[in-house]
Design a protein around this ligand. Structure first.
Ligand code: PMV
Length: 330
């Protein structure tokens, strides 16, 4: 039998209202809705080949064989898709990130979105976006938001069927830019899976969920109205709220580095003087994501590049949906 092969490309995403904590860990059903924008310049390309010739699933990441834990996580994900297709063959996965290896940019969102779309393609499954989002969610929660392009909302739901992301506005709705200041390329001590598990041990966990009932609709509205100052104020508070929860969970997790705070203070100053306008947010890591409009992006990039604590700067515009492409990775 000829092998079944497909390749997909998916952009990462930056969340404005973030996912932190699960209702159901195994199914990755979150404690709250989250909102994000898909990124164009930070993407993963993945080729999946299913064949009876393979004795086990394998994963090549950025040119080298992946470690045992990453390979197992990808294999577990393929098992879900194989079951759906009623197929048995093992697979070879070859995956590459567009951003520099080890740049400290979270790749699980783009990685599991690309893996889901490529594996579904190779297995001949023609699935609607909603189903692809649900499947991607099983690999990494934030991956559910990388199936669609533009601005996306992941609806919490309460079951596997009802927890998926849906488009909120198309990519051309707002020319937002995510200027990523890379502060550290080191590996995190606690990954997001551990962070979600610890989240509910923070005394601020319930307070944050209560607050989101008010702030999430406000963020959504500011986004739909393209109101940058309002939007910026809300997303900064939301990022701080997530990190306070991480810091106060058991065990406590401090993702910020001194350089992260240097950038935040510099940004406050640029805003005060009107030199450069932008608003920060953070993923589960030390890198600062500065959200701004296209007209301010060059000034932000230039100033970040001049800061000794910033190792690199990556500018991402709003990206499109995950999709199958014709050229396969070897
Ligand atoms: O999808 P995960 O398990 O990598 O979690 C993502 C967590 C945050 O990046 C901090 C927030 C988010 O919603 O993307």
């Amino acid at each position: 039998m000829t092998p079944s092969v497909a390749t997909a490309r998916a952009g990462s995403n930056i969340a404005f209202v973030k996912y932190w904590g699960n209702l159901n860990h195994e199914l990755r059903i979150p404690m709250n809705n989250s909102l994000s924008m898909t990124l164009d310049q930070a993407y993963t390309t993945t080729t999946v080949t299913f064949s009876n010739d393979y004795a086990q699933d394998s994963l090549h990441l950025n040119g080298s064989p992946a470690g045992e834990a990453a390979t197992q996580r990808a294999a577990d994900h393929l098992a879900i898709l194989r079951q759906l297709a009623g197929r048995q063959e093992k697979a070879k996965i070859v995956s590459k990130n567009s951003f520099p290896t080890g740049a400290g940019i979270a790749s699980s969102a783009s990685g599991f979105a690309a893996l889901t779309v490529a594996a579904a393609g190779a297995l001949g499954l023609d699935l609607p976006q909603q189903t692809l989002s649900r499947l991607a969610r099983r690999g990494s929660g934030s991956a559910s938001r990388s199936i669609d392009g533009g601005f996306v909302e992941w609806v919490q739901g309460s079951s596997d069927e009802s927890s998926y992301a849906r488009p909120l506005a198309p990519a051309d709705h707002w020319d937002l830019v995510d200027v990523i200041a890379i502060i550290s390329t080191g590996h995190k001590h606690v990954g997001s899976t551990g962070g979600h598990a610890a989240a509910s041990s923070s005394p601020f966990f319930q307070a944050r969920l209560g607050e989101l009932a008010t702030t999430l609709p406000q963020v959504r509205e500011a986004l739909l109205q393209r109101d940058l100052p309002r939007f910026g104020e809300l997303i900064e508070a939301e990022a701080i709220s997530l990190h306070v929860m991480a810091m106060t969970s058991k065990p406590g997790i401090l993702y910020w580095q001194p350089g992260s705070l240097e950038v935040v203070h510099a940004l406050y100053e640029w805003r005060r003087t009107g030199e450069a306008i932008g608003y920060f947010t953070f993923d589960a890591g030390p890198n600062v994501h500065i959200i701004t409009e296209q007209k301010y992006a060059a000034a932000v990039v230039e100033r970040l590049r001049a800061m000794p604590s910033v190792l690199d700067v990556l500018k991402c515009d709003v990206g499109g949906p995950a999709r199958l492409i014709d050229s396969h990775l070897e």
